[in-house]
Design a protein around this ligand. Structure first.
Ligand code: NAP
Length: 270
């Protein structure tokens, strides 16, 4: 079979002939790959910078859609079992979800990872959100952040606030309110997010530090989920004197998601 291989973290991947995968055991399904996603995590892993990059040589790709030997179309994750940028993959049975008839397989390959990021965050990393909760999406013009607007509404958000630097794009996303991320970031006014219940953060770095410096939700518990790092990989929590009083921090990673536990709901959610 053919596939894509990274042999040097600072060089472009190459298209090469690879060994066919072994005959699958009963707990494994062999899939002929139709399409795979070029997500941020795929690029990050292929440059050797992601915590899950592993060793060289590296086959990029963390998921995709394809067909099983009996012709069933499935979405599959290879996050923990090898790359998906090749003709055929062997995947643990619990890492696949059958696709409903009629879905656009290319869209499923492209959007499941960005779509799942907010779905996982709201379904598995938050608890007891009030009815019609208010969500702030940091980095809402990214593919994942754009998707998060619809996911949040589908999961009960009553007010969706976006924060990004591109106000033109933000105004097309159906947000209730927009916060323009300014340069310098200290000029960003987060007062609109005062009563937020949950933050989905695709930015991190300086914008997140500025958010936590703002006098947010003094009267209620704020749930904060770290999803991405478009603006930076760290910030100094100790530099945030106005930090919200009660907060619950956690992160999500598509590699930790048990697709089997979603019971086939993953493509529907996407
Ligand atoms: N944990 C998970 O399971 C998971 C899943 C999916 C994605 N992620 C992470 O979430 C983040 C978003 O991923 P994505 O693939 O959706 O991103 P993307 O579509 O590639 O986002 C690109 C957009 O982000 C905005 N952006 C980039 N740098 C920025 C900065 N310094 N400040 C403000 N905005 C900036 C820009 O929007 P404008 O041009 O409009 O300003 C840019 O067009 C990434 O860090 C990714 O690794 C995590």
């Amino acid at each position: 079979m053919y596939g894509v291989l990274v042999t040097n973290w600072s060089k472009a991947p190459i298209y090469v002939e690879l060994d066919n995968p072994s005959i699958p055991d009963p707990g494994t399904v062999q899939i002929k790959v139709t399409a795979t996603g070029l997500h941020s995590v795929v690029r990050s892993r292929a440059s050797g910078k992601h915590f899950s990059s592993g060793d060289l040589p590296h086959v990029p790709g963390v998921d995709g859609v394809g067909k099983t030997s009996d012709g069933q179309s499935v979405y599959f994750s290879t996050f923990n079992t090898g790359g998906s940028y090749c003709d055929v993959v062997n995947v643990p049975r619990q890492a696949i979800s059958p696709l409903p008839a009629g879905v656009d397989e290319i869209q499923v390959a492209a959007y499941t990872n960005p779509g799942l990021s907010s779905w996982m965050a709201l379904k598995t990393r938050t608890n007891n959100l009030p009815p019609n909760f208010t969500v702030l999406i940091m980095g809402t013009t990214s593919a994942s952040g754009t998707f998060a607007v619809s996911v949040a509404r589908a999961l009960g958000a009553g007010r969706v606030i976006g924060c990004a630097r591109n106000t033109k794009k933000m105004s097309s996303l159906g947000l209730d309110e927009m916060i323009e991320l300014r340069e310098p970031v200290a000029d960003t006014d987060f007062s609109m997010a005062r009563d937020v219940d949950v933050v989905l953060d695709y930015l991190y770095g300086a914008p997140t530090e500025q958010l936590f410096k703002s006098p947010l939700a003094s009267s209620r518990r704020v749930q904060y989920v770290h999803i991405g790092g478009l603006a930076g990989l760290e910030f100094e929590f100790a530099r945030c004197p106005h930090s919200i009083k009660e907060h619950h921090h956690c992160g999500v990673c598509s590699g930790q998601f048990r697709y089997g536990r979603a019971g086939g709901r993953t493509p529907k959610a996407a």
